[in-house]
Structures are given as structure tokens and as C-alpha cells.
Design a protein around this ligand. Structure first.
Ligand code: AQP
Length: 345
């Protein structure tokens, strides 16, 4: 195998970290540590593609770091850092801006959703977000990327960029001593089959749970206390029917499907097993059971997160150490990119 397996993923420090981020990404990050070398990044350069209050941003970077550590990521065995510390991300992103095509970026649904109707007023960074994401991954020549389903399209674009770079510079890649068959960059694999690749809003089962939803009742926050979790689940939108006993019975019932998916992911079981237990029950029975489960699964994480967030010196030390170790991998890759592209150094 040409490329050593390496996992890279990131979370934006944009506040309101929620159950979707946890089940779709962070819980999976923790599991991957047993089988892979992992690099987990707090992607602050991505965060500023939409306006961030500078004072809040610092807090939010520490909050995501605390969530990583509280969930069980080991920053000594693996690498945890914030993106802006490692300048090679931005450096490679520029090269990728010149490899990627406007037409490719124009197809990205996340840009369309986030820019909304006022595209003229969106930042250039928001449009170029996926080329920076490709650089994040490829500056480590990472092979595997655990993400929620919403990020799959960006991952496909990262593969297209890696492929085009390998093709455009194939002669230079060979001249610099790399096997032209392999190319210089691997084509990173998305790993979207986490415990719950798509957690939906508690207010609307057709929309994903999101940090930027104006309603706090749409999401379960990772720092919510037991009362807030129970109240949000109690108020979660549902339909009037009882839970079905078979999976087909969840078809066209997005809110019911979402709550069953959340239960299954938190209990480390399947949706079918949840329906076997709760089929025929009303939501008045299921919701309290889900609230108890959510509180018992999340409270160790949120308690530890709060403790860690109070110890900023420790968090900052983890990020500094991780940044140095990440740079030690990224710098030689970026130097080789410069040689391949034809820059003098
Ligand atoms: N609802 C979700 N279900 C499953 N996974 C999700 N992720 C996000 N929402 C869900 C996954 O969490 C990781 C980190 O996401 P991010 O913060 O980097 O970006 P995002 O996808 O834009 O997250 P949000 O929460 O939806 O933020 P806003 O509201 O700002 O857009 C990623 O792996 C993502 O797939």
C-alpha cells in the first residue's frame, strides 16, 4: 500500500456544539483511535468564513478541544490542535484554489444553503471552504476522514482535487522521486457510517440538527444539563401515532425516525432493536426513556467538558503541543508540493 493509513477530521469552533456533532463525528473519532493514527483539528480558519466575535471565538476553540478530550480523544497518542497554528493548511489551500475549478465549487450544496439568497454578500472564504478542507486532509496525506453525511460532497471534491493535482503534475511528481502510479496525494476515503451519520432537528425532522439553527430547542447541546436535555426531548416535535414495530413503519415519519435513530446511537444498538423494545409505545412512554438515556450518555461528557474548559492553561498546552507535532508532518509535505509545483525554496 502506497499511503500509510491516517485519519484526519475537524470540527468548526462556531459555538453550540450539539448531539449531531457528537454522534455524527466526535464519537466516531474516539472509536477510530483504536485502529488508526488520528489527527483531530479544531478548524478555526473555516469558522471565520462567517463572522465570529473574536472574544467568543477563542472560547469556542477551547470548547471544541474540551469536547474532543471529554469524549475520550487521547491528545498524546494522537494529535489535537487548532488549524490556524499550522500555516501549511492555508498555504496548500492556495495551491488547491489554483487546481480546483469554479464549476466544481459552484455545485457545492453547503455553500448554496449557507449563502442563501444573498450570494453576492457571502465571503470568498465561504465559497472556497472546500479547497481549504481538501488542504486540511491532504497536507497530512491522510487516507480516511470520519464525517457526518452532510460533508460527503466536500470529501468527494477533495478526492477530485487530489486526482487533478496528481494528473496535472505527474511528470514533476515522478521527477521528484514519487511513484507516478500512486501520485503524490492519496484519494481520501469518507467514513460516514458512524453511529448516526445524520441527526435531524428536534423541531423539524427534515432538517439536520445544526449549530446555526436559531432555535435552541432544535438541538441538544453538549453542555446542556439534565433538565435542559429532558425538556428539549419532551418538547421535540412528533406525530400522534404510536411507535411501529418494524422499520418500514418509520417511513414518512421523519421526527419519529430521528428520535429512534438517536436512541439507537446512544444505546449502541440498532434501530430495529429499539423498535422491538418500544414498538406499540406512545411517545409519552418513549420520550422519558430517551431523555434518561441521553442524560446518562451525555452527562459524563458534559461534566468533563466543563472541568476542562475551566483549565484553559491545560487546553492551550494541548493545542500548542498538537500544533507542533502537526507542523512536523505538514511542513515536509508542503516542501515537496513546492518542489513539484516549481517554486524555489
Ligand atoms: N446533524 C448532524 N448529524 C450528523 N453529523 C453532523 N455533523 C454536523 N451536523 C451533524 C458533523 O459534525 C462534524 C463537525 O461539523 P462542523 O462544525 O465542522 O460543520 P457543520 O457540518 O457545518 O456543522 P453544523 O453543526 O451543521 O454547523 P452549522 O450550523 O454552522 O452548519 C462534521 O463531521 C459534520 O458532518
Amino acid at each position: 500500500m502506497a499511503f500509510k493509513p491516517l485519519v484526519f477530521s475537524g470540527v468548526q469552533p462556531t459555538g453550540n456544539l450539539h448531539l449531531g456533532n457528537y454522534l455524527g463525528a466526535i464519537k466516531r473519532f474516539v472509536e477510530m483511535q483504536a485502529t488508526h493514527d488520528c489527527i483531530y483539528c479544531v478548524v478555526d480558519l473555516h469558522a471565520i468564513t462567517v463572522w465570529q466575535d473574536p472574544v467568543e471565538l477563542k472560547k469556542q476553540i477551547r470548547e471544541v478541544t474540551a469536547a474532543f478530550l471529554a469524549a475520550g480523544i487521547d491528545p498524546k497518542a494522537h494529535i489535537v490542535f487548532n488549524q490556524s497554528r499550522v500555516v501549511e493548511h492555508a498555504e496548500l489551500a492556495w495551491v488547491f484554489n489554483c487546481v480546483a475549478r469554479m464549476g466544481w465549487l459552484n455545485r457545492m450544496t453547503q455553500f448554496k444553503e449557507k449563502a442563501g439568497k444573498d450570494r453576492e454578500n457571502a465571503s470568498v472564504g465561504l465559497f472556497a471552504y472546500p479547497t481549504l478542507m481538501a488542504a486540511d486532509i491532504l497536507v497530512y496525506r491522510a487516507t480516511h476522514v470520519p464525517v457526518g453525511e452532510d460533508q460527503k460532497q466536500h470529501l468527494e471534491l477533495a478526492r477530485d482535487i487530489a486526482q487533478k493535482f496528481n494528473n496535472d503534475f505527474s511528470a514533476a511528481i515522478a521527477a521528484n522521486g514519487h511513484d507516478p502510479e500512486d501520485g503524490f496525494f492519496p484519494l481520501p476515503e469518507p467514513l460516514t457510517q458512524g453511529p448516526a451519520p445524520r441527526v435531524m432537528s428536534l423541531r423539524d425532522g427534515t432538517k439536520k440538527m445544526s449549530k446555526s439553527d436559531p432555535s435552541d430547542y432544535s438541538r441538544i447541546g453538549l453542555t446542556d444539563d439534565a433538565d435542559a436535555i429532558a425538556q428539549k426531548i419532551r418538547k421535540a416535535r412528533t406525530d400522534p401515532d404510536a411507535l411501529p414495530s418494524e422499520l418500514e413503519g418509520l417511513k414518512d415519519r421523519p421526527e419519529a425516525d430521528n428520535l429512534v435513530t438517536i436512541y439507537a446511537a446512544l444505546a449502541d444498538t440498532s434501530r430495529a432493536a429499539v423498535l422491538k423494545e418500544f414498538g406499540g409505545s406512545q411517545f409519552s412512554t418513549f420520550k422519558p426513556a430517551l431523555a434518561d438515556l441521553a442524560v446518562s450518555a451525555l452527562s459524563p461528557v458534559s461534566t468533563r467538558m466543563r472541568e476542562l474548559m475551566a483549565d484553559t492553561a491545560y487546553i492551550d498546552g494541548v493545542l500548542k503541543d498538537g500544533g507542533e507535532r502537526a507542523t512536523a508532518i505538514a511542513r515536509p509535505v508542503m516542501d515537496q508540493v513546492k518542489d513539484i509545483v516549481g517554486f524555489l525554496r
